[in-house]
Design a protein around this ligand. Sequence first.
Ligand code: AHR
Length: 761
Amino acid sequence: MPSWSIDPGTAVKDLGDLFGLFFEDLNHAADGGLYAELVQNRSFEFEPIDNPDYHALTAWRAIGSASVSVQDASPLHPRNPHYARVAARGAGEGIENLGFGKGMCLGAGKVYRFSCFARSDTPVTLDVTLGGARATLCVLGPWKQYRLELTTTTDTTQGTLALTLAQPGEVDVDMVSVFPADTFMGRENGLRRDLAETLADMRPRFLRFPGGCLVHDGSLDPDARDSMYRWKNTIGPVHERPSRRSGWRYNQTLGLGFYEYFLLCEDIGAKPLPIVSGGCDPHHKRFAPLDALQPWIDDALDLIEFANGPVSSAWGAVRARLGHPAPFGLEYIGIGNEEVGAPFFERLPFFVEAIRARYPDIRIIGTSGPFAAGGEYARGWDSAQALGIDIVDEHYYQAPEWYLANMDRYLRYPADGPRVFLGEYASWGNQYENALVEAAYMVQMQNAPAVALACYAPLFCHVDYVNWRPDMIWFDGGRVLKTANYHVQSLFMRHQGDMLLQSEITGLDVPAPGTAPPIAGGLSLGVNDITARFGDIRVWADGVQTRFDGGMLCGQAEKPLCTVTASAYALECTVERLEGIKGVRVTFGIQDEQNRVIWGVGGWENQDSLIDLRVRGRGSCLTQSEFSMRDGHPYRLRLEVDGRRIRTYIDGALQNDTRYDLPSNRPLYLTASRESESGDLLLKGVNLSEGPITVDIALQSAQARWDATAHTLEGIALDAENTFDAPDRVAPTEKCFTLESSRFPYTFAPRSVVALRLKAM
Ligand code: AHR
């Protein structure tokens, strides 16, 4: 029987803020989601720049023969330039908002807070109808805010809000808003209680916000409609916040802004971890000129003052005016989201220097880009080392097989350099198998001295607006679905502890590393939305050189070459792009549609040379380097495969050098920690194997009796996935028992995740 000896008296790592959350407004996570506003396009600011299907009256419709026009003369506020003019020809005509998704989810007997700005030169009686409730406003005079409370009488998931005129007439309306009175913590301009409570229940140590690509995708002008995310635009009265195009192809009202994010952090007990732009948009290659970088640096400095400054400071005073004189206790700031390329790293030192000079205690988070390895990843880490950055934000979305092959990744990172923030990761699925693998990875992150912070991504998805999947929490207008991944994240946060304990595992059967088969299989050449001419194609395998005819390929065409069984082989070809903006691919190790390795020359945005592994149809980028293909240049490509090692060259220069390692795992991953406040010991284990594993656990403690609670995910099929119809296919169970000794056997069920909480009796 394997044994696990734990020394509760010896702490080997301060777990600090290890497991937290990442919030980004994609998949309508904020507008239409966590932000409790029920009216979509409340300020008539939707535009095709947000989404080609949008217009100023998106989500609105006229009632009866009312004429509804969008106006901009004498608006409510210059940053909110449009409003609706509603002209009723008959009584009961007006305008109706359809809400988000399939409609507003309203509950009988619930109280809702309606508000709008309206103006009219002549008296207008405006009826407000919501879920069977009706109230009346009398509008007269210039722009003024009107407020009402409505208690709805019907249950519906397809509710609407109607504003109708009691007689023929005309009225201007803007910022038409409905919030449930029962928001999270009862806050005005608040958050959906059910969704926020789902987060609070996890007990996250930190919250990274506001994104993601959302932070760095946009123009450099803070006043432009497609501006990058600039936090100063997101505070103050909501009708004075500009509308923003989000790179996720919808409109962001910014109603959930930085003040609200800080409040959310406070309310759920998570430390705020904001990310600000480094003045670079890598998607569109926009970079703030070096001599115009100061406003971007000021955004970072002012944010720290906004969060932490005394009320006597300029930005501390702003915070106090908003209602929070006490500081928010900001400890971290991230500069840039998964940035790549020299321009960002040229600008980063200016941020670091300025923040260090004024706020030496703030922990600065750098970035190593969106890849787990390669040139840009190395550039991120090198810059962090050179600049003395505290923490590096790594991001990757990979197949479960990649995580299984890389379980010990962070155990190999030095403990004394910048520490790791795994700021975005997931294993391409919401099935139990994904969550199980992620759980084992989390055990190893807890065990690795180098890892300081980690959070799964993305967090939320509205079922009617899917930009990205998988996601941790799914929802619609009224329901919340916790995924298998949620339950794992939650177990790890709730039972994290603050000190990693010294422990030793012996006698665990670890499979001896076998000889991995070579990356053999089919070989082919293909194009990615371009027209290209291939020539001089040669393959070397088993000492034989074979030549293939060249020719033109266009669109997504693929040209199969041959099947290779040798353990070492090479391919060379010349390729010239004739049309299009992307690049080409060399596919090798082809087993079938779902299992293959792709060398992408150009990649998603023609910025990379990357090795992308497909296992069971799920991708893992093994490594990346910067490369852009241009027209009219005949490139000489060379791929070399030697066993599990893959190297690529373009025009003789090494581009990628990586290994495709197969999973070879321990059956059981274990980690032990202590929670100082309660004094509890927290033993977590993930059994990846198909059989039960009984472990002889020995606590080096004088304590004899323990109250134990086992929180477990077990007895669940690997492909089980929670749905709204079956929300608890994957759900933790809880079992309490007493231990009469500090040495006891514990059986980790097959394919289980266990958090064992031990309380001294
Ligand atoms: O989480 C989804 C996206 O993935 C994030 O916006 C971005 O940072 C990453 O590429």
